[in-house]
Design a protein around this ligand. Sequence first.
Ligand code: XMP
Length: 310
Amino acid sequence: MDYKGFIEEQIACIKQTVGQEKAINALSGGVDSSTVTVLGHRALGDRLKTVFVDSALMRKGEPQRVVETFARLGIKVELVDARKEFLSALAGLTDPEEKRQAVTDTFYAKVFSRLVKKSGAKFLLHGTILTDIEETVAGIKRQHNILTQLGIDTKGDYGYTVIEPLKTLRKDGVREVGKLLDLPAEIANRIPFPGPALATRIVGEVTPERLDVVREATTIVEEELADSGAFQYLAVLLSDRATGIRSNKREFGQIIVVRCIESVDARTATATPLPWDKMNRICERITQIKGVNRCLYDLTPKPPATVEYV
Ligand code: XMP
């Protein structure tokens, strides 16, 4: 594929669609939204406003890291604190699709449409990729970023038109485009991270305390597996508990699952055969998190499993 040609085409297309209006986009720091951010700024300059919404569901230090990385690229990112809104929308929910729906609604219908109105933008640039569309259309999972493909009238319902410049690419293609757009390697090669963020890695209710546990486990897994070369690695907090023993006392503790997969585009995946020493080290660190007394490694391929647990 001619990625240089693709970039030129998309820049021209964004320019033409947006005309003299303003556009807005939400950056998560992942490769898809980062690539769209740079494409959009090349096309529109200051007429594209880029925001990072802190949903309380992000990884440790992520909001600040994203703002600083893009400042180095000359792109200003506005940090929006919406933590309370997301947490209250998720309170009490345990059903996976209801949780995803709550994140979608809070993001698009509440936080984002408010930001769009304030900014005067008529267009939203979004990093939807081909795999998101295919899996949503196939009914496998409702991706949170796929309103247009589901026939939801974003203009009528939320007040803006969605532009999806990456919708013909898969992850590997997006990485190529990102590199050609001079994204730092740490972003272009970053492992995938889902839009609904850590909410997809908590089975059961999403609470600030449970987020802290899965966030800490995520940091450990990402540190330990950074040089694994795997496609994606993650930590999941289960809603079950298990009996254990700590300081000679019985403890009914929490369970973390570690997942590390090989894949090309996340449509299918197999578990990485990690070295035993590595798994033991991860287990040791994860069971030092307060209240966590079990750490499991997930061997299940996709299918029948999915990558995320929610
Ligand atoms: P699943 O769990 O569906 O994940 O096998 C496949 C790939 O997609 C990521 N993922 C998402 N990405 N919004 C996203 O942008 C989402 O709602 C979402 N759900 C899953 C997941 O991390 C994996 O790489």
